[in-house]
Each structure stands twice: as structure tokens, then as C-alpha cells.
Design a protein around this ligand. Structure first.
Ligand SMILES: C[S@@+](CC[C@H](N)C(=O)[O-])C[C@H]1O[C@@H](n2cnc3c(N)ncnc32)[C@H](O)[C@@H]1O
Length: 256
């Protein structure tokens, strides 16, 4: 039977690949690489570099997957994502059927960890549910941007017995409905931390984690928010894209 592996590759540092990921890459016959033109091209190149380094087999091949456009302006966010995933499933299903022979092993290299804000597993589940294409699925975990962020700032993610919330910039901007002591924010297109009323929160911010462009800032929101906004805008203008993650932390004194 066809086999498809979803392999977490870490969030930017090529040395963050696990031994399990390296073994799965070496064992694959076909790599499905999502072609993201424009700003995200650099991320596709990073995946291809990993394949070059860890897939020396002469029979291994790469199939570029064209990514359907997603309507980012849509008011109905969940419906827009659902529609995009459905179109992805149709395109990927056709490609897997065409590129992967009955006993072959395909691989998707996923940024960070496949279980965190990534649709690869959900899209493959849709293809399997459709019933027209049978394959075995396995998932190799990866080092997420959250793990990279906390490691680079040399902090633990949680405090003793306290909850951690992982959320998006969109949700933070709409108002925090949680009293978690620590809140990780991802997928923030617009500095949602500037909308947070409590300026005494500490922020641990990281952009391009694990890469040579990495940026790190930490401190009280009141003291460093403007610096982050400025740094972020400069970096984005220079590179044409940015990926950043941050932790908003209630000061320990506020937890007693
Ligand atoms: C689609 S999600 C993918 C998350 C990924 N699966 C993970 O485990 O980290 C993309 C978001 O991850 C975060 N991210 C991924 N790579 C990053 C990096 N190198 N530096 C900072 N943030 C990163 C950003 O918040 C970005 O908006």
C-alpha cells in the first residue's frame, strides 16, 4: 500500500531535525514540496535544502505541489480555511495518485511540528475519507516555533501549576478570554500585542527563529512594544515577509 509520512522539520534551524525525521527523509521515494511563490519561496528553498542534505538516494524524487490561493480577506475565517483545505485535498489527492506508485513512500516536510497550526494532517485525512485513494499515514513530530522561542530566550514555557494558552494574533486582537498565566501568540500579521491593556505583562518575542536573520526581544510590554513594532516593520520591509512568535507572561508577583 502507498505510505505517506508527514515529517516535522523544525521551525527554521536545519539542525533541529530529529533523528526520526532524518530516517524518514532517507526512506522516502517522493517528496511533495508545496510551491509557495513570492515571499514564502525562501521556506520552500529551505525544505529543498533539507532534502538535498538528507535524501542522498538516487531514486528519490521531488514533486512540486501547487498551492491553491486562500481568500485571506474573507469575513468568515473558518469557512474560508475549510474551502481552502477542500481545494488542497483535491489537488494533493490527484498528485499523490499520479506520483506515488502502489508500494511507494511519499513525504511532506512540515515546518515546525505538524500538530501545531498546520493543515497537512487535516488535508490528508480528507483525502483518505474521500475513499478514492488508500494510503497509510504516519506523523513524525518536529521542534515547533514555540520550543525554539523558549529555548532561545532560555525560559520555561509554564510556571508551576499554571496554564498556558496558545492562540493567534487574530484572537488576541479580538480580546483575551482566558486568565492563563502565559499566552503564546502565533500567526500574528499585525502586532496584536499592542492592543493588550495590561502593559505590565512581559513579552518574549522572536522572529525568524533558528535562522541567520533571527531577532529576539524581551521585557515589559510598556518598555519594549514600540521597539518590537519598529524592528518588525524594518525586518519585514527588508525581507518581504516575517514569521514571529511571542509569549505574553504575567509577572510572577501577580500570580501569588
Ligand atoms: C502556519 S504556523 C506553523 C507553525 C509550525 N507548525 C510550528 O510548529 O511552529 C506559522 C506560524 O508559526 C510561527 N513560526 C514558524 N516558524 C517561525 C520562526 N522561525 N520564527 C518565529 N515564528 C515562527 C509564526 O507565528 C508563524 O506565523
Amino acid at each position: 500500500m502507498r505510505r505517506v509520512s508527514v515529517i516535522g522539520i523544525g521551525a527554521g534551524n536545519p539542525d533541529d531535525l530529529t533523528l526520526a525525521a532524518i530516517a524518514a527523509i532517507a526512506a522516502a521515494d517522493v517528496f511533495f514540496v508545496i510551491d509557495k511563490p513570492g515571499a514564502r519561496e525562501e521556506l520552500s528553498r529551505a525544505r529543498l535544502a533539507i532534502i538535498d542534505r538528507h535524501a542522498p538516494g538516487s531514486g528519490q524524487r521531488t514533486a512540486l505541489v501547487e498551492d491553491p490561493q486562500r481568500d485571506r480577506s474573507a469575513e468568515a475565517y473558518v469557512e474560508a480555511v475549510d474551502d481552502w483545505r477542500a481545494r488542497r485535498a483535491t489537488a494533493w489527492g490527484r498528485l499523490i495518485a499520479r506520483e506515488l506508485a502502489g508500494d511507494e513512500h511519499g513525504a511532506f516536510l512540515v515546518w515546525g511540528d505538524p500538530a501545531l497550526y498546520d493543515s497537512t494532517i487535516a488535508v490528508l485525512d480528507r483525502i483518505a475519507a474521500d475513499g478514492t485513494l488508500a494510503f497509510e499515514l504516519d506523523v513524525i513530530p518536529g521542534i515547533s516555533a514555540i520550543a525554539s522561542l523558549t529555548a532561545r530566550h532560555r525560559i520555561a514555557l509554564n510556571r508551576v501549576g499554571q496554564a498556558v494558552l496558545v492562540t493567534t494574533g487574530r484572537r488576541l486582537a479580538a480580546g483575551l478570554d482566558s486568565d492563563a498565566a502565559d499566552v503564546v501568540v502565533m500567526l500574528d500579521a499585525g502586532c496584536a500585542f499592542t492592543t493588550v491593556a495590561d502593559r505590565d505583562l512581559e513579552i518574549y518575542w522572536g522572529a525568524y527563529l533558528g535562522t541567520e536573520d533571527e531577532l529576539l526581544v524581551s521585557g515589559r510590554l510598556a518598555d519594549v512594544a514600540d521597539d518590537i513594532v519598529r524592528l518588525r516593520a524594518q525586518a519585514r520591509a527588508r525581507k518581504g515577509w516575517i514569521m514571529d512568535t511571542y509569549l505574553l507572561r504575567k509577572p510572577s508577583a501577580a500570580l501569588r
